[in-house]
Design a protein around this ligand. Sequence first.
Ligand SMILES: C[S@@+](CC[C@H](N)C(=O)[O-])C[C@H]1O[C@@H](n2cnc3c(N)ncnc32)[C@H](O)[C@@H]1O
Length: 379
Amino acid sequence: MPVGDLLGPVTVGDIAHGGHWICRVDGRVIFVRHGLSGDDVMIQITEEAKSFARADVAQVLTPGPHRVSAPCRIAGACGGCDFQHVAPDHQRELKRQVVAGLLAHTAGIDWSGEVEPVPPGPLGWRTRMRYQAAPDGRPGLRRHRSTEVVALPDAGCLIADPSIASVPRPVMAEVLAVAQEPSPVFLDAASAGRRVVRQQAAGREWQLAADGFWQSHAQAPDLLVRVVVEALAPQPGEVCFDLFCGVGLFAGAMVDRGCRVWGIEGNRHAVEFARRNVPQAQFIAGAVDRRLPGLPSRADLVVLDPPRSGAGKAVLERVAGLQPRAVAYVACDPASLARDLGHAQRLGFEVTWVRALDLFPMTHHVECVALLTRPATGT
Ligand SMILES: C[S@@+](CC[C@H](N)C(=O)[O-])C[C@H]1O[C@@H](n2cnc3c(N)ncnc32)[C@H](O)[C@@H]1O
């Protein structure tokens, strides 16, 4: 199946993790972007691997029942939204299937939850955008796995917060756009690290580098803090570790509930901001697995919010050694979460619940929060 080959008609099968649907042609598995179960389509091969191939839908011959016309004219060309052709309710159903499948197969967890919708809905939620210069100087976005830039339509990017849906000036190279009160900022990406932006969340003001990590959905900081605090039910005086703490979002919430808090974060710049944002907590710069042994040997509560690769076995072993009464694991990749929940169960934790939040509508991404507890020993 050489790259560029057109195949079909093909009936699209089930969803797989990563925004791909499974198709079979002559017994060979092909992972297809922009498909939808029940569609009959023509596909174009985009990548050939040893045991599978990747493809994109080139033409929809007969649409499946949940296919809609994408609200954005460049959906499918731009690499950002890979679910715009799916009815919003069904997007959440597909993510539910993916989360449930991963939890069942990787961690043996029988999950019967739903993916919870989050206001404002499928459009206008993203508070951070990186725009590139299209060949005609208009702001644009990169194609999937490509350096080619697709110019934004006149309406701008529909998933961006309306204040940053486009760039109010010609784009020279790359522009970072950040929605903040009272007005958004548009910065040359090369120098954005020197600019400080302000965000309001969880009853505090947060400062961070314009290009530093901050949850990208407008509601995510407040919502995730609420879910984590409800999960851990922190008590005054308890010791809490905020691991992968960024500029201290969860640390601040736990300090506000009277906890004694330590945070670890790999980005030194973020740690400087965390110290300013939450002066009542102690922050350590470095890799979590290396720095954790330098913290107190016991903790009552732990928040884990790792990057997509997950916390990993070594960190979970150290967390288990702290003997916390509860761990809140915030995850932007359900595959890494499922792998780590498997480790956590083997280390003696119980997975009390997993919630899935639709913090990345119009894309295949989904945020999960899991509560891990330690079964009572009866002593
Ligand atoms: C998903 S973000 C969470 C940040 C923060 N909890 C928040 O909500 O704003 C993950 C963070 O982990 C940091 N990080 C990635 N790998 C790390 C590691 N091995 N050790 C420590 N921090 C790491 C990143 O710099 C990033 O700030």
